[in-house]
Design a protein around this ligand. Structure first.
Ligand code: ZN
Length: 199
């Protein structure tokens, strides 16, 4: 939409890049920015820049981190015996919200998908193998999204870790095929974790 106000249009265009945000919502968001005090807008802009500059990935598990290690890897109260493997950093928040899991995570940053040209070497699978080879891990729970690619990745991990003294499990069925963990309620996640089955 051309409003005759180039800066307003630019602001709307930025908001439209967010997932699930269409023209109307983007315009409402732009208007609410204009309603903010100058101080609020400056705070918002500074947080955006600082977040982008300072939030990277944990050296150990691949989750979001503001520094070398994420808060979960730094937490000594969590067991190192269980690692939950997920596709994306966002999935960690979903599993954490269930309050069920007290182990560590490993974020793959994708799944094996031959159609998209994503092979095992493009994911953080080597790093997972190294963590398991350190000898403290007893169980690896694969919590990829329920999809053909997620299943392929689970089987790959099970094969990769065979003979390394760890049990490889996956979330119980009951999470609808093709859905993504982020849209699943915490009760269902809890049940899926509890009823996990060996691969
Ligand atoms: Zn970490």
């Amino acid at each position: 939409m051309n409003s005759g106000l180039p800066l307003l249009d630019a602001l709307v265009a930025h908001f439209k890049k967010f997932p699930g945000v269409g023209e109307k919502t983007a315009r409402r968001m732009a208007f609410s920015v204009l309603d903010m005090t100058e101080e609020e807008v400056k705070g918002f802009a500074e947080t955006l820049i600082k977040a982008k500059e300072s939030i990277g990935f944990c050296n150990r598990c691949g989750h979001f981190a503001e520094g070398e290690l994420c808060s979960i890897c730094r937490d000594k109260r969590r067991t190192e015996e269980v690692i939950c493997v997920v596709e994306r950093p966002g999935d960690v928040f979903v599993l954490e919200a269930s309050g069920q899991f007290r182990g560590r995570y490993h974020v793959l940053h994708g799944v094996i998908s031959p159609l998209d040209n994503i092979g095992p070497e493009d994911l953080r699978l080597d790093a997972l193998k190294k963590r398991v080879e350190e000898g403290k891990v007893r169980e690896v729970i694969v919590a990829t999204n329920p999809s053909v690619e997620g299943d392929t990745t689970t089987l790959y991990i099970a094969r990769m870790l065979k003979g390394k003294g760890v049990k490889v499990t996956r979330l119980a069925r009951g999470i609808p095929l093709g859905s993504s963990l982020e849209y699943i309620d915490t009760d269902t996640i809890s049940r899926a974790l509890e009823g996990r089955e060996e691969v």
